[in-house]
Design a protein around this ligand. Structure first.
Ligand SMILES: *Cc1c(COP(=O)(O)O)cnc(C)c1O
Length: 367
């Protein structure tokens, strides 16, 4: 079987360093918000060129704590994409605000800045662009719209650690950014984790307080918070993976380059776009085709795993039926949900595995 991701191979390559890191944690005796979490936060902030990084329990909490720290809640609206993992909208709903969806750009699959202004009302507080599959959003345009209307920009960077936009790192491009360290993310641990990055020190202080029950001094609480911390053990693992991430992202880009080289001539598929002003780190490699079912079927027969991201747009989810969106509201996102599929992509995919995948896609004709 050739899997979409192969975490076992990745972990084998860093196993000794990770075991050493875990051993350090056991020997340190400081298991919650200890030196590894602090070191990880400092290293991430330094790498991404922001003043603060706050590690939390997962990417969803990163979004929830950020929204909460900004005081976004009941009656507020937050504009986001209908073509993302559910957690983006769930976090908005979780704090009591309303996710307002708007269509994506067919070139990037990310929020289309041209569609956003129509959706802004007096209740709009923020925009959450998602750097989907590892490709940065149109940040200059989004920041300009946000500035004009007094809105916040919170990057959902859960799929894009190490991607760049106009030579700046994702995670440093808005007011705050949220990352996930779920195992299958391009920078992940062997459990759950997340981080918020920002250069707003006041915001960082508020988020630090929120992650430990609304308290800065133990047993004294001045607001209702959460229990949302990154475990010391995961910080130890992430400190190892952080030293590899640029190399791993580079390997992903090399594989994407080979896919492009050998698949670009095929007329019944459309490959992900490479844009000159940003780097795609290919958290997922998604191909568009009217023949999705046939190609997936042919790959499956040869024991090659594929995935559909995402089979149902968020505006059409049952949980949001009360918002009265209907099919046809966001034609680009809906078309992508019917036509996109992911093929294996991870830093340890061998050339012979890539060649097999390429061969089968080539052989599976269109009309
Ligand atoms: C994975 C993901 C999240 C949620 O992260 P978790 O760590 O699983 O909570 C949020 N947004 C996007 C775009 C994601 O891909």
């Amino acid at each position: 079987m050739i899997n979409l991701v192969n975490l076992k191979r990745q972990l084998q390559s860093v196993k000794e360093e990770i075991l050493q890191g875990i051993k350090d944690v056991i020997d340190n005796g400081d298991y919650i918000l200890g030196p590894k979490v602090k070191e990880l936060e400092e290293k991430i902030a330094r790498k991404l060129g922001v003043r603060e990084a706050i590690a939390v329990a997962n990417g969803t909490d990163a979004l929830i704590l950020t929204l909460d720290a900004y005081g976004i809640g009941k009656g507020d609206e937050v504009i986001t994409t209908p073509f993302t993992f559910f957690a983006t909208a769930e976090a908005i709903s979780r704090v009591g605000a309303i996710p307002v969806f708007t269509d994506v750009d067919p070139l990037t699959f990310n929020l289309n800045p041209l569609e956003i202004e129509k959706r802004i009302t007096s209740s709009t507080k923020a925009i959450i662009p998602v750097h989907l599959f590892g490709l940065p959003s149109e940040m200059d345009e989004l920041n300009e719209i946000a500035k004009k209307h007094g809105l916040l920009v919170i990057e959902d960077a859960c799929q894009a650690f190490g991607a760049t936009y106009k030579d700046r790192w994702v995670g440093s491009l808005g007011d705050a950014a949220c990352f996930s360290f779920f195992p299958t993310k391009n920078l992940g641990t062997i459990g759950d984790g997340g981080v918020i990055t920002t250069s707003n020190i006041k915001l960082a202080d508020k988020i630090r307080k929120l992650r430990t029950h609304g308290s800065t001094k133990k047993y004294y609480h001045d607001r209702i918070g959460y229990n949302s911390r990154l475990d010391e053990i995961h910080a130890a693992i992430l400190l190892v993976n952080l030293t590899k991430i640029d190399h791993w992202n580079g390997e992903r880009r090399k594989i994407a380059g080979r896919y492009r080289q050998y698949l670009k001539e095929i007329s019944h598929i459309k490959l992900p776009n490479e844009l000159s002003d940003r780097t795609h780190i290919y958290h997922l490699y998604c191909i568009e085709s009217d023949y999705r079912k046939e190609i997936i079927g042919a790959l499956y027969k040869e024991k090659i795993q594929t995935g559909i991201y995402y089979p149902r747009c968020l505006h059409l989810q049952e949980v949001y039926s009360s918002f009265n969106y209907k099919e046809g509201d966001f034609p680009i996102a809906e078309s992508l949900s019917e036509r996109l599929f992911a093929i294996p992509m991870h830093p340890f995919l061998t050339e012979s595995e890539q060649d097999k995948i390429i061969e089968i896609i080539k052989e599976t004709g269109g009309a």
